[in-house]
Design a protein around this ligand. Structure first.
Ligand code: CUK
Ligand code: CUA
Length: 636
């Protein structure tokens, strides 16, 4: 990693850190010892982070220590990649605060086990896996409003919504006519009415077996999902494939990269052309086509507008080569697409898109404001709100900080250097993210480099390594590396919002829609779940309703017959913040969370006669161990 070309980059102290893994580790030990396991040094260590003695001396101009008992300034939402979840960090402490299961099944919370989560997951509940890449927080007028977080599932072609009052998934949609939802971004202005998402792979339309080995019949779609109903509003059929995307700050346009413009089915053919393209979508024109009935349908009745080359609703801007990330600059001026196999990024000037769609330009490339050369393997770009962009260089293992307006002047022929600094990161960065940098409020304080490899940065744990999400102080002129965070597979992307932009509930509201159907079932059984502890028999279906109040369940035993289908519904009547119970039925694979004022349920077959204890599995009280009961299963 040490043979990089660093011609344009000032020498930085971080170079010393990467060359001295062992010394760095000893440095932490010494620091913690000196502090007597108190203060921020121990916090960093206990929580898995590494704040090095060297980093402390790297000249960071902001304090990244969050003293014990104090709260972070930002929420960071990290995707969990093919673990299928979202993780919540406090920034800048990088303390992991919460995990939100979404496309996975969760042993602790019961996500994927409870009837409530199965209803949200729908048919796709049968998939125990997912591949979450792009988490994004909803907007009003270009600023995060903290209402929802949306995220894609590449593995099983889904989009999910997380409610940010309770930090739980409340909607999940399987996208028709699509395969592998990858790039996902939200409408920013006037507000998030649409969730836009890319289908990465080309497939026959409809994909019902009629065209198999006939790639001329393969296409992909760009989709708009209604952010409130989570139904697919419309789709656009495009040439090539679709990788990453973003929307603008006017509400008129969105843009998406394509790395397979030739619609090849073999890798060598995908990489053949020198240029692929960015597709620009004209949202008003698409909506108009849908209103006029100018669309096709394939699977179901989702309107699919033809946006292939030559259509009125799209434009194709050729750019080099197999582009990947696409990030709108926070000043609203540019879509910036990273070249991946080209050392350049392409800056598309959003102000010129009206002219492009009015056919006033001779060449679609006339919307390119600049194509600065940055280094090898550019993947993603983020911003500091002060005119600077930060692009990850996967092959160079660096972040390059560059000046957008100087890059434009250089492109116009002026002899001006636009590269400000190149900083080594460890190693091979994918996405990078600065605080608030997906909104017009980018504040240029902290930058995260989401590195795919950690190699020697952490204690060895066998062949599979952690990834390394590095925190960089960008508040000054120079980037300063200050913290390493090991992360498990695989944070492709993150979004960082101010803590005052999120408003959480401390306990559930009794009319929370998450368990409304369960309450309706209880009412049909004549049961008031907040008062009754009752068994309802309905043939071989048995519904067991019980309450929980620390440290007891309202029912300490119930009897069923072997072969009965048992639904246990538990309502946590505690109103105290943080007083969560759990319900675990031993030897039946049933376990779920019961937060204060929450109702949750799970259904299983009592297929073995005998005595089975159930117990509370979230530590709630001094008598938590005693909180349980028995299910008595009579032989058939
Ligand atoms: S993608 Cu993974 S590094 Cu899914 Cu946003 Cu670029
Ligand atoms: Cu209730 Cu532990």
């Amino acid at each position: 990693m040490n043979d990089k070309t660093r011609d344009k980059s000032p020498k930085t102290p971080e170079t010393d850190i990467q060359d001295s893994g062992r010394r760095r580790f000893l440095g932490v030990t010494a620091t913690v010892g000196a502090l007597g396991m108190a203060g921020a040094g121990s916090a960093g260590l206990l929580l898995g982070g590494t704040r090095t003695a060297e980093a402390r001396n790297s000249g960071s101009t902001q304090d990244y220590n969050v003293p014990l008992g104090e709260l972070d300034e930002y929420y960071g939402f990290w995707s969990g990649g093919h673990s299928g979840e979202v993780r919540v960090f406090g920034v800048p402490s990088m303390r992991e605060i919460m995990r939100i299961p979404i496309f996975n099944h969760c042993s602790a919370s019961g996500w994927g086990t409870t009837n409530e989560s199965k209803r949200i997951m729908g048919d796709s509940h049968r998939f125990p896996n997912g591949d979450a890449h792009h988490p994004h927080v909803s907007y009003t007028d270009g600023s995060h409003d903290g209402k929802y977080l949306f995220i894609n599932d590449k593995a099983n072609t889904r989009v999910a919504r997380i409610r940010l009052d309770i930090f739980k998934c409340d909607k999940m949609t399987t996208v028709p006519n699509a395969q592998a939802i990858h790039g996902l971004r939200l409408q920013k202005v006037p507000k998030t009415n649409y969730v836009f998402c890319n289908s990465e792979y080309i497939t026959p339309k409809p994909n019902d077996g009629r065209h198999l080995d006939n790639p001329e019949e393969y296409w992909t779609v760009w989709s708009a999902i209604d952010a409130e109903t989570m139904e697919v509003a419309w789709q656009v059929l495009v040439d090539g494939n679709l990788d990453n995307m973003d929307a603008d700050y006017t509400g008129k346009y969105a843009a998406s990269t394509c790395y397979n413009s030739e619609r090849a089915v073999h890798q060598a053919d995908m990489m053949a052309p020198e240029r692929d393209w960015v597709v620009i979508f004209n949202i008003e024109r698409i909506e108009e086509a849908v209103r006029n009935g100018d669309y096709m349908t394939f699977e179901g009745d989702t309107p699919v507008v033809d946006g292939r080359k030559g259509s009125a609703v799209t434009r194709y801007v050729p750019i080099p080569k197999s582009p990947h990330g696409l990030n709108t600059s926070t000043d609203g001026k540019y879509f910036i697409a990273a070249g991946k196999l080209s050392p350049t990024v392409s800056m598309i000037e959003i102000d010129r898109l009206d002219a492009l769609f009015a056919d006033e330009l001779d060449d679609p490339r006339d919307v390119i404001a600049a194509e600065p050369e940055l280094g090898l393997g550019p993947l993603h770009t983020t911003y500091d709100g002060r005119g600077n962009a930060y692009t990850t260089l996967y092959l160079d293992s660096q972040i390059v900080k560059w000046d957008m307006e100087k890059a434009v002047r250089n492109w116009q022929g002026e002899d001006v250097d636009y590269i400000i600094q190149k900083l080594d990161v460890h190693y091979q960065p994918g996405h990078n993210h600065a605080t608030l940098a997906e909104s017009k409020d980018a504040d240029g304080k902290w930058l995260f480099s989401l590195n795919k490899h950690s190699k020697d940065r952490f204690l060895p744990v066998g062949p599979l390594h952690a990834e390394n999400d590095q925190m960089i102080d960008i508040s000054g002129e120079e980037m300063k590396l200050v913290h390493d965070t090991p992360t498990f597979a695989e944070p492709h992307d993150a979004v960082i919002v101010r803590r005052d932009q999120i408003n959480t509930s401390q306990i559930y509201s009794r009319d929370d829609p998450t368990f409304a159907e369960t309450i309706a079932m209880a009412e049909a059984d004549g049961v008031d779940v907040e008062r009754d502890n009752k068994i309802i028999r309905d043939g071989n279906k048995v519904r067991v309703y019980m309450t929980s109040v620390a440290p007891t369940f309202g029912m300490e035993e119930f009897k069923v017959k072997q072969g009965d289908e048992v639904t246990v519904v538990v309502t946590n009547l505690d109103r105290v913040e943080d007083l969560t119970h759990g319900f675990c039925m031993t030897d039946h694979g049933i376990s779920f969370e019961l937060s204060p004022q929450q109702t949750a349920s799970a259904t299983f077959v009592a297929d073995k006669p005998g005595v089975y204890w159930y117990y509370c599995n979230w530590f709630c009280h001094a008598l938590h161990m005693e909180m349980g009961g028995r299910m008595l299963v009579e032989p058939a």
